[in-house]
Ligand binder design. Structure first.
Ligand SMILES: NC(=O)c1ccc[n+]([C@@H]2O[C@H](COP(=O)([O-])OP(=O)(O)OC[C@H]3O[C@@H](n4cnc5c(N)ncnc54)[C@H](O)[C@@H]3O)[C@@H](O)[C@H]2O)c1
Length: 341
């Protein structure tokens, strides 16, 4: 059977993970890379063995030989490309969040349905061993009835001030909170019906980036479960890891505590301080790219190759965006928002 041909649109920091995953997959031909920055497109194409590179995404989606594309452009630049790719009959893996409005998510989903192509959103924490295990224990009933989920995912100021050129067009809610919402809802097994959130600005603005500093959000689920989600971009750069992820799930019979950032599995102490090696997301082990960040992309490739349905659908992406929009609205209005579906 000829190899399926995959392409990447948006070859930035995270797009490179897609290039790594596709180029390492034995049944995939990593065919093309597109980025507005031609030098970057060329660099990633050469590094991961893609024959073609270009700067216009339309060239990639119009190429008859391409079966599937990853969209890893900034959040605000997902929708047009994803809709265009679906309309051209390409299977689609879209980085999180699927899109920044409910309407755009619906348009992507309906374009994919009309063309009969697969659509997956890259909520890769579902492949993280920690959350996979928590989900398994919950489904087995080991916790009894879930009552409360606490989820904190924050970054040091390095992310908004130095890493993310489009931080002002994003926020800790969209960049980090989208992961948190997805995992909390996946663990709870339902979507919230009411949210309340408080956001603050000021610290980052003073340092030259006009983005929110933080969101503190409460989600109420139909079964009575309550979740508390914290996302900020304010941690000091001297923190031992660029991200801080903690989760606590309290059930009627048991609790689970998760810490995937400062888990101290590998602690490096040097002249600059203490750092925790990132060994869960994307470690290179004896030359093989492993970790949950590449596993979700491999899963998408396997679904395309073997004609299976991806575990994270477009509808999941839509619901996460719906909740994020309600959180934003609540923070702006200063009152709870009921989510109407
Ligand atoms: N799954 C995760 O945990 C995770 C982590 C980081 C980022 N992301 C997501 O991945 C996406 C990319 O983030 P990033 O950190 O790599 O950003 P980035 O700024 O490093 O890369 C984005 C790239 O897209 C290119 N681009 C922009 N518009 C384009 C267009 N119209 N056509 C072609 N290329 C275009 C830019 O030139 C840039 O190289 C975002 O949606 C982000 O939220 C996901």
């Amino acid at each position: 059977m000829p190899k399926k041909r995959f392409a990447l649109i948006g070859a930035g920091l995270f797009g490179e993970i897609h290039a790594k995953a596709y180029s390492a997959h034995p049944e995939v031909e990593f065919a093309a890379v597109c980025d507005l920055d031609e030098a970057r497109a060329k660099e990633i194409a050469e590094r991961y063995g893609a024959a073609k590179h270009c700067t216009d995404w339309r060239e990639v989606v119009q190429e008859a030989g391409v079966d599937a594309v990853s969209v890893a452009t900034p959040d605000f630049a997902h929708a047009e490309i994803a809709i265009g790719a679906a309309e051209a009959g390409k299977h689609l893996l879209v980085e999180k969040p699927l899109a920044a409005t409910v309407r755009e998510c619906e348009q992507i989903i309906s374009a994919a349905k009309e063309q009969g192509v697969k659509l997956m959103v890259d909520f890769h924490n579902r492949w993280s061993p920690a959350f996979h295990e928590a989900h398994r224990l919950l489904r087995e009933g080991a916790l009894g009835t879930p009552r409360f989920v606490y989820f904190r995912l924050s970054n040091t100021t390095f992310v908004p001030l130095k890493m993310l050129s489009w931080a002002e067009r994003s926020s800790p809610l969209w960049f980090l909170g989208s992961h948190a919402i997805d995992i909390v809802c996946w663990l709870a097994g339902e979507y919230p019906e009411r949210v309340y959130s408080a956001a603050r600005r000021g610290v980052l603005k003073e340092r030259g980036v006009d983005a929110p500093d933080l969101y503190q959000s409460t989600l109420e689920f139909p079964s009575g479960t309550v979740a508390s989600i914290e996302n900020c971009w304010l941690l000091p750069e001297s923190a031992p890891s660029v991200f801080d992820l903690k989760c606590e799930i309290v059930g009627s019979e048991a609790t689970i505590n998760i810490d995937t950032s400062s888990n101290r599995t590998v602690e490096v102490v040097d002249a600059q301080g203490t750092h925790y090696a990132e060994i869960l997301g994307g470690p290179l082990i004896h030359g093989k790219q492993l970790g949950f960040m590449v596993e979700s992309i491999r899963h998408f490739a396997d679904c395309v190759i073997h004609d299976r349905e991806p575990l994270v659908s477009g509808e999941v992406g839509l619901e996460v965006t719906r909740v994020a929009c309600a959180i934003e609205e609540s923070a702006e209005r200063g009152e709870p928002v009921v989510i109407v579906r």
